[in-house]
Design a protein around this ligand. Structure first.
Ligand code: G3I
Length: 455
């Protein structure tokens, strides 16, 4: 478990430690004693950038893709956490009752742990990818089978898993907030979730225990039902440490406007929140903007400890035609990748208490220019002012700005914007400023810099 501020503390500590290491290495290098490592790499991958913010950045992995060189190198370079996309599910680990197979799951766990990556366990009790024999058991047998499954699978990886999705997708979609029908629900009743968590705690006391679901990303009937369950568990001492928000988004189900507020209300129950299966249908700037919003929301919630995208490359996504991931089918970085990296690297208040974060949107384009809008969002505490930096790419020049007081560096490309009557923001509140960029042939989107908040 982490304290409310430990993400921020860890982030400051890791920055200070890195600065010390870099400074010391610089002195030794100057004296000709060592060769400097490529420190630029540390801040230019998703995992390293997230680590600087006290978080992990993970991906779902398929064991049968690890032999593909580009897949493995992208995974190894960019990510510092993995989730088995299918290999730890019930139909993969216990297809026949009490006969366990761990080959593919072992492959993923070994690949990750030998490279210092953490592992999320997914998933123990779920209505889907469940072998048919489970559905044929009576209540007593089913209870024994559920607990045995948890004990065997968690026992196999005891001490090696950061967080387990103990129960997955136990609530119905729609407005009822009711439990979903499943062999567990139908035969064991509401208490099966609590029982699964208690069994899981004993099976691996070091793993954080999560409830994981989809369409719970904003405040709605389904997330309210999950919220009430988690609140009840916390009140009664049922062991639960984290809630996973799958965050599968598309145009019919976009990133909700209250995403951050929803994460925060769960965090306020004392659990970690994790974004566990992120993917966002689309392409280009629109997709990139949605990804930044998700990352900024996580950064603004100190108990949001990490983000996992649901796959390395679009070509192997469970919904490949939606191109929902950060790398295209040829492992090229997409605008969404750059947006995520920029959001992770945007320094300053860090989006935690008295922090702020920035998001960029292109709002209009003509033959020679485009308008950009930067949204400033306060973290989990109100702020009285903010200072934001944005860099345009030469030979671009900004011809006009609005809703802010601009100053420029000597090159004329780094804009520092301060409020013009729009400095005070409530916790999670936002404002925006805008500008026109004369492209001069260069249509690269501006790069967001820091957002520094005044408490
Ligand atoms: O392994 C078999 C293969 O032997 C067979 O030839 C082939 C043809 O049917 O199927 C293969 O299994 C498929 C498996 O993925 C591995 O590729 C299953 O049919 C297919 O249903 C399964 O889909 C997975 C899906 O969960 C099943 O519910 C997706 O890969 C996986 O991304 C998806 O992940 C879920 C999370 O676990 C929970 N949240 C939602 C998320 C997306 O649906």
């Amino acid at each position: 478990m982490i304290s409310p501020s430990s993400g921020t503390l860890r982030s400051s500590w890791s920055r200070a430690r890195r600065a010390l290491v870099v400074a010391t290495a610089g002195l030794l290098a100057a004296a000709g004693l060592i060769a400097l490592p490529n420190t630029a790499d540390a801040a230019t991958t998703l995992g390293a950038s997230a680590a600087e913010r006290g978080r992990y950045f993970g991906t779902a992995v398929a064991a049968n893709r690890l032999g593909e060189a580009a897949y493995a190198s992208t995974l190894n370079t960019e990510f510092n956490s993995v989730t088995a996309e299918n290999e730890m599910k019930w139909d993969a680990t216990e297809r026949t009752r009490n006969s366990f197979t761990f080959g593919a799951a072992d492959q993923i766990v070994n690949h990750a742990r030998s490279r210092g990556m953490r592992v999320r366990g997914h998933t123990l009790v779920w209505h889907s990818q469940l072998p048919s024999w489970v559905g044929g058991l009576n209540a007593n047998d089913l209870r024994a089978a559920m607990n045995n499954h948890i004990n065997q699978v968690m026992g196999r990886y005891r001490g090696q898993i950061d967080s387990w999705d103990v129960v997955n997708e136990a609530f119905q979609d729609g407005n009822s907030g009711a439990r979903r029908s499943s062999p567990f629900q139908d035969r064991l009743g509401n208490g099966y979730i609590e029982e699964a968590f208690r069994t899981a705690r004993a099976a691996d006391p070091n793993a954080k225990l999560c409830y994981n679901d989809y369409n719970t990303d904003g405040v709605n009937a389904k997330s309210n039902a999950v919220y009430n369950m988690v609140r009840d568990f916390r009140a009664r001492g049922v062991p639960i440490d984290c809630v996973g928000f799958q965050s599968h988004f598309n145009s019919a189900s976009p990133v909700p406007s209250d995403f951050q507020a929803n994460l925060q209300r769960f965090a306020d129950l004392g659990v970690e929140v994790q974004i566990t299966e992120l993917d966002i249908a689309g392409s280009g700037t629109a997709q990139a903007n949605s990804y930044s919003r998700v990352v900024n929301a996580c950064l603004a919630v100190s108990r949001c400890t990490g983000i996992t995208v649901w796959g390395v490359t679009d070509k192997y996504s469970w919904r490949a035609s939606d191109t929902p991931l950060l790398f295209d089918g040829n492992y090229n970085k997409k605008p969404a990748y750059t947006a995520v990296l920029n959001a992770l690297n945007a320094s300053g208040g860090g989006g935690g208490a008295a922090g702020c974060t920035l998001t960029y949107t292109e709002t209009q384009r003509w033959g020679d220019r485009f308008n950009g809008q930067v949204t400033v969002t306060a973290g989990s505490a109100p702020i009285s002012g903010w200072t934001a930096t944005v860099t345009v790419h030469s030979p671009q020049r900004v011809s006009t700005t609005w809703h802010g007081s601009p100053t420029w560096d000597s090159s004329g490309t780094v804009l520092t914007m301060r409020p013009n009557g729009n400095g005070a923001l409530s916790a999670g509140g936002s404002t925006s400023f805008g500008f026109t960029v004369m492209a001069n042939g260069n249509w690269t989107a501006p790069t967001l810099g820091s957002c520094v908040a005044t408490a």
